[in-house]
Design a protein around this ligand. Sequence first.
Ligand code: DP6
Length: 350
Amino acid sequence: MESPIEPVREPGPVTAEAPSNIAFIKYWGARDLEEPVPFNRSLSMTLDACRSVCSASPLGEGEEDEIWWLDKPAGGRPGRPAAPPPAFVERTKRHLDRLRDWSRRTAAPYSGGFRIATYNTFPTAAGIASSASGFTALTLAATACMGFDLAPRTLSALSRSSGSGSAARSAWGGYVEWPDGDANAAVQILDERAWELCDLIAVVETGAKKVSSRDGHRRAESSPYFAPRLAALDGRLERVRAALHARDFKGLGDAVEEEGIDLHLIAMSSRPPVYYWTPGTIEVLAAVRCLRSDGVAAYATMDAGANVHVICQPADAEKVADRLEAQGSVKYVVRDRTGGPPVWRGGAEL
Ligand code: DP6
């Protein structure tokens, strides 16, 4: 029998930070949405600036969990605590219950409550994978607060059990693959020092998207193009992987942009259809094609939202950002790049 996971410290307050990620090959559609079990392998780049920060403090035995989120950060500092919407509180509490259940199989079962306070450094629910960074930060903060220091594979599997598949990939820095089927943890394929790329996020919408990724996953199979997509995906993922290993930026960009469009073809042809794109998305896609015809290597991809992630190499980042900022529909550009793994430290900072 495997020996149970041992804690490294007494329960106590902590603060965790976890990165978001941008999918180069997207998770879209699931055999089981609760676990979740994806239909296809996905592959992402971990981000640096787009992250969730989460403090967790232990409360007494049987005390109810307290959930706070902080206003949008102003001048780099988080704002005032506010009560989050009921759906957010419920999803957070359900995940804390899962983590308490998990602790029963360790050497240090925990049955106290938690005080959780959290914020994102970027717009929430707008196609910047806030559930990936959010659930990874929550999982890391709560388990560290119970006294554990999780290995990335365990963090990946536990974060995924929140229901957010993309969270499985935020447990690692660099470039990360999440297998299909019921393999429950993502693995790192290259670390963040292997190849630094930039992700300039052209924000054309700051509000939350109207159709959740969850509903999008549910509808994916109804698209007549879903089966052909799955048939093509292994080949595309191999192209991405080979380009990463060879540091072949054009090979990577071609496959990534093709995939970014493909996800939305599935969404738009689902029944009922899901349109995440807005006129701003189309404007940015055209600007990216223009950059390429001017000789600047930049490639676009979108998650489930209107905002466009423009991937380029560091030497071109300013030129690309200037062009994106010149588009009428771009409210601002988030300058991000390849990032490292999640971290935690003692003390509740929020
Ligand atoms: C389009 O079920 O992980 O971003 O993080 O809430 O969007 P959210 O949920 P999740 O679906 C992710 C869908 C995707 C593609 C991807 O990140 O692989």
